[in-house]
Structures are given as structure tokens and as C-alpha cells.
Design a protein around this ligand. Sequence first.
Ligand SMILES: O=C(CO)[C@H](O)[C@H](O)COP(=O)(O)O
Length: 210
Amino acid sequence: MKIQLALDRMTIPEAIETVKEAEHYIDLIEVGTSLIKEFGVDSISEIKKEFPLKPVLADMKTFDNAAYEFTIAFDAGADMATVMGAAPLVTIETCLQVAEEKRKEVMIDLLNVTPEQMKRLLTYQSAVFCEHVSKDEQESGSKTKQNKGRLPVDRLALAGGIAFSSLPLAADKDPEIIIVGSAITKAENIQEAAKQIYTALQTIKTGENV
Ligand SMILES: O=C(CO)[C@H](O)[C@H](O)COP(=O)(O)O
């Protein structure tokens, strides 16, 4: 299980400082949608330039115009980019094709995906499937928990409001990637928060109680 640090609602210099604090305790860096929307793909290239050895995910949340959006994300230095699972299948297939050509990876964001759509997505097993509780759902309290049960996918990621207290529940699904944003980035002590989550995950992996 890897930890992906999601960087949202901050400037590029703040994002770089945040990663410097947390870098020993995280496996992947996510350049959040909010950074990409506010500062463009420079947010991807500047963060990749600063941390060339860490895999970088660009949270593009692509819904259309797949070849263009995935090409600019990968050319800016992203190692993986996101496409929405509710998008037309041709969009998802184009993302997979661009990623294959450039030897990069795709994460499919399952936000608002219906069971019917999910069945169709299961053919794309090279992708990472991200179960995502959205920021708006988190903030409205309408749906604050991950679904129960594990999706029949090879590569699973979990995102949305995951914190130290909800780690055991998330880890129970044995995801490849656990995405943590605010619980680290908005903590008073970023390094301590990242270390606490990293240590808890190590403990869970070795089968001890947290
Ligand atoms: O995709 C996102 C927002 O759309 C974030 O990456 C995801 O929600 C993780 O951040 P947090 O832990 O703060 O919820």
C-alpha cells in the first residue's frame, strides 16, 4: 500500500514546501485538480522538476478532449493522470492509448459512476481504479464513507477525507494506493501528520494493532 499526497488549494511554492515536509513518508505526489485549474500544467512541471524521483499524478479529471489533456499532462512530467469513469468510453480508451504510447499510467476516478458504468469499466484492468468520496460530499456530510466491499479490480486506490482515524478501514480493502490530502496538507505540523499516517500504515501492513 502506497501513500499518495494530494496537493490542493495552495500555491505552487506552498505545494513544493508541503512535499519537502512530507517527502520521506509518501510514495507518490498528486498535483491536485485545483492547482492545475489555477496555475495550469506549470504546476505539474514545477513539482516534477523539484521531485524528479517521486512519481507524480496529475489529477486532470479528464471528461473529454482526452488526447489533448493527457498529452499536456504527460509532457509536463506527470507519470499518471486521471480520467473520470463516468466519461464516454472512447475518452477513457483514448487516455489508455496515450498512456501506453508514452509509457505512463491511468487512474480512473469512480466519482458518481453507476453500477452499470462500473461493469463496463472493468475491462480496463491496466488502470488504477479510484473510489472517491468527493470534497462536496465530504463537506455536506451527505456521503462521508467509502463503499463497503472491494471492487473486483487488480489496482485499487481510495480517496476522499482519509485521515489517521480512517486508515484501518481503508487498509482493509488492501488498496494499491491510499490518497491523503487535507489530513496532511492542512495539519499544523505537516511532517508529523505524514509520519503518523506512514507509521500507522506500516503497522497495519505488518499486522500489528494501531
Ligand atoms: O481529488 C481530490 C479532490 O477532488 C483529492 O485528491 C482527494 O479528495 C484527496 O484529498 P482529501 O484527503 O483532502 O479529501
